[in-house]
Design a protein around this ligand. Sequence first.
Ligand SMILES: Cc1cc2nc3c(=O)[nH]c(=O)nc-3n(C[C@H](O)[C@H](O)[C@H](O)COP(=O)(O)OP(=O)(O)OC[C@H]3O[C@@H](n4cnc5c(N)ncnc54)[C@H](O)[C@@H]3O)c2cc1C
Length: 320
Amino acid sequence: MTDEQKAEPYDVAIIGAGPGGLSAALNLVRARRRTIVIDGNRPRNAATFHSHGFITRDGVSPLELRRLARAELEEYPHYEFHQALATKVTRTGDGFEVTTKAGLAISAYLARTIVIATGTAELMPALPTLRAFYGTSIHSCIECDGWEERGKPVAVIGETPDLADRALFASQWSDDIIVFTCGIAELSAADEAALAARNITVDRRAVTDVVGDRAGLTGIVMADGEVVARTAAFVRPIYQPKLDYAASLELARAADGFLAVDAEGRTSVAGVYAAGESASPGPRQLIVAAGQGARVAAALGFDLVRAAVSDLPALARTVQ
Ligand SMILES: Cc1cc2nc3c(=O)[nH]c(=O)nc-3n(C[C@H](O)[C@H](O)[C@H](O)COP(=O)(O)OP(=O)(O)OC[C@H]3O[C@@H](n4cnc5c(N)ncnc54)[C@H](O)[C@@H]3O)c2cc1C
C-alpha cells in the first residue's frame, strides 16, 4: 500500500541525482521527456569541500554543483524532483513502478523507463580515524586531488591487487610515495620492479590507523606501533554498486559487480539504463559520470521514438 500513487506514467524515472542522473535528466527534459528524479541526498563526495577537474567548475563545492544543476532543471516544465530513497523497482505491464520512502511517507511512481544512477558505496580499510581526514588529506580519487597534494610525502593505502598501479599513477604528483599493503595486498615481481623504477617504497606491515592534527594527516600507524610520517594519503576503497532497491529486476552484472551495459548505457533489461558509477569501469570522476548521463539520455530518447514507430519489441534487449 502507498500513500500516493501517480497514475500517469512518466517517460523516465531517474534514481540518483549525482552528476550522472542530473546530466541524464537535463538532456531528457530538453528532449521533452516527462522526467522524475528521485534522490536520497547522500552524495558520495559529501566528505569534501572542493571538487576538482570539472571544466568551468574547478574547485566548486559538491553541494554547489548539485544546486546549480538542479536550478537549471527547474526551468523545464517536464522536470519533477522527489527527495526520497528508492526502496524497490518492479516491472509493471508496460513499464516500471518505483517505490520510495521519505521518513514515514511511502510513494510510488510509474515510469516507462528507468535510469539507475545511484553510484557506488566505498568500503574502506578498517582504520578507525580514516574518516576524520577523508576528503581533506586522505582521498580515494588520485586524479581529483593529486594536484592539491603535489610534492608531499604521500601514502598509498589499500588491500587490492591494483595497489601498485594506483601508486604509479600517483607518482605523477609526488616523488615521495610509500605503498602500504596493510599486510594484505599482493604485489607481483613486475609491480615491485615498476615501483622501484619510480623510487616508490613498499611497506608490507599491517596498518592499524592514521593520525593527524588540525592541519591534517601526519602519519600512518603500523601494527608494531611505529608511526610513518605522511601528510597526504590516497586510499583504495573497495567499490560496490548501490543496487539493493533494483534486486527484483535481476540486472546482469559485470565481473566487478557493477551493472553490465552496452556502449550507450542499456542494461540487460529492456527499458532500464545505467548512468554514472552504477556502471562505470573508468575514472570515477564527476565529469565522466555527467558524460555518461548525457549519452544514456540520447539512447533512451531514441529508443522511445523507435518503440513508438515499430512493431518490434518496444525496447530491445542488448546486453545479456
Ligand atoms: C571524498 C570524495 C571526493 C571526490 N572529489 C572529486 C573531485 O574533486 N572531482 C571529481 O571529478 N570527482 C570527485 N569525486 C568522485 C565523484 O564524487 C563521483 O565520480 C561522482 O559523484 C559520481 O557520480 P554519480 O552520479 O555516479 O554518483 P553520485 O554522485 O554518488 O550520486 C548518486 C546519487 O544517488 C543517490 N542514491 C543512492 N541510492 C539511492 C536510492 N536508493 N534512492 C535514491 N537515491 C539514491 C545518492 O543520494 C546520490 O545523490 C570524489 C569522491 C569522493 C568520495
